[in-house]
Design a protein around this ligand. Structure first.
Ligand code: UT7
Length: 335
């Protein structure tokens, strides 16, 4: 038996900073509301034509590969998590394989939104634990800004989300007390539509409807979120899945060196911090700078924490996420 461990991390965010005041120029919102309800001060938006979900993922991956000290041809498998793929199909995994010039290894796309990176990590971990692969590239990348309703109608969603990408290289670890100790995944499809983007799925319309649809009032082309309902579920599920992961390893919240929660809302992170009696140093947040970048938020935050020397050998690092699906999960890591 093996474990898997992270040996390289990287992130990329577009240069274009969009502040809360910038958003107030195009919709009825304000800096005070956004900061008070979400903690967000600014986010990054791709300037049209400069990046895609794939190109951001490639840039983050290149940094992770360099830091891991491996060659591209050492990568045995690619897992790519996103809710904002470049194409309806094929998914961005194969585009990364092509753009990075990696040999013809398998490439898997994960569609689990805010918990996409945890799901992707879990898949990579299992392949390595089973001995099937040695080095796996895991990417979370999102280009939200091109798909948001940037009018007052969409303000409850559009002020929250931002663009960016993060990546990790996982490799085989012979010491099973180190690396990813366990991952824990859940779903509750009963609430699928509470945080969703219905179009352009094939469930409700024919492609000719999409081509001919010029109805400016059709909101199904934009993401929908029942904010308060999602918030209430998030705080419960975050707590549950962190405790589940710790208990599976005979650990408790006091053993956590660093919790890197999915950056959904600063208020959610603060709720968890208080509930588990963690100090500011034990919880990493960067939603203030980037907003909610969905599948990219954990790898971006983990990379920044690592760059700031907040992740050290022997530390217990806990990753946790909750989001659309609903899906949620955690990863318990001994660094
Ligand atoms: O990443 C996946 C998981 N996501 C989450 O976990 C997010 C969970 N939910 C949330 O973070 C919060 O529910 C939001 C930040 C989305 C919204 O905060 P809220 O405190 O739940 O606000 P609300 O939706 O209840 O809206 C309160 C008021 C409404 O006005 P009225 O009806 O009270 O007059 C909204 O119309 O705030 C208004 N509002 C805004 N005002 C200014 C909504 N969006 C905005 C805005 N600027 N951007």
């Amino acid at each position: 038996m093996y474990n898997s461990k992270i040996i390289g991390l990287g992130y990329y965010v577009p240069e274009n900073v969009v502040t809360n005041d910038d958003l107030a120029q195009v919709m009825d919102t304000n800096d005070a509301w956004i900061q008070e309800r979400t903690g967000i001060k600014e986010r990054r938006h791709v300037i049209r034509g400069e990046d895609t979900t794939t190109t951001m993922g490639v840039k983050a991956a290149q940094i992770a590969i360099d830091r891991a000290g491996i060659a591209k041809d050492d990568i045995d498998f690619i897992v790519f998590a996103t809710l904002s793929p470049d194409y309806y199909f094929p998914g961005p995994g194969v585009l990364v394989q092509r753009d990075l010039g990696i040999k013809t290894v398998g490439a898997l796309d994960v569609r689990n939104q805010c918990s996409g990176f945890i799901y992707a990590l879990s898949v990579a971990d299992q392949y390595i634990k089973s001995g099937m692969y040695r080095n796996v590239l895991v990417i979370g990348s999102e280009l939200h800004s091109h798909g948001l309703d940037m009018t007052t109608r969409g303000r409850a969603v559009s002020v929250i989300f931002g663009d960016g990408a993060g990546a990790a290289i996982l490799t085989r670890e012979e010491d099973t007390d180190k690396g990813i100790l366990s991952t824990h995944l859940h779903s509750e499809g009963q609430h699928a539509e509470e945080l969703s983007l219905i179009a352009p799925g094939m469930g409700k319309r024919w492609v000719t409807d999409i081509i001919n649809d010029d109805d400016p009032n059709d909101e199904s082309y934009y993401p929908y979120m029942n904010g308060q309902f999602v918030f209430k579920n998030a705080v419960v599920r975050f707590s549950e899945v962190i405790l589940e992961g710790l208990a599976a390893n005979n650990l408790s919240p006091k053993d956590i060196n660093l919790l890197v929660p999915h950056q959904a809302n600063l208020r959610i992170s603060q709720f968890i911090q208080k509930k588990f009696d963690l100090s500011d140093d034990q919880v990493y947040n960067n939603i203030m700078k980037y907003g909610n970048t969905t599948a990219a938020s954990i790898p971006i935050a983990l990379t920044e924490a690592w760059e700031e020397a907040k992740v050290n050998e022997g530390d217990l690092v806990v990753l946790a996420a909750f989001g659309s699906g609903f899906t949620w999960g955690s990863a318990i890591i001994r660094w």
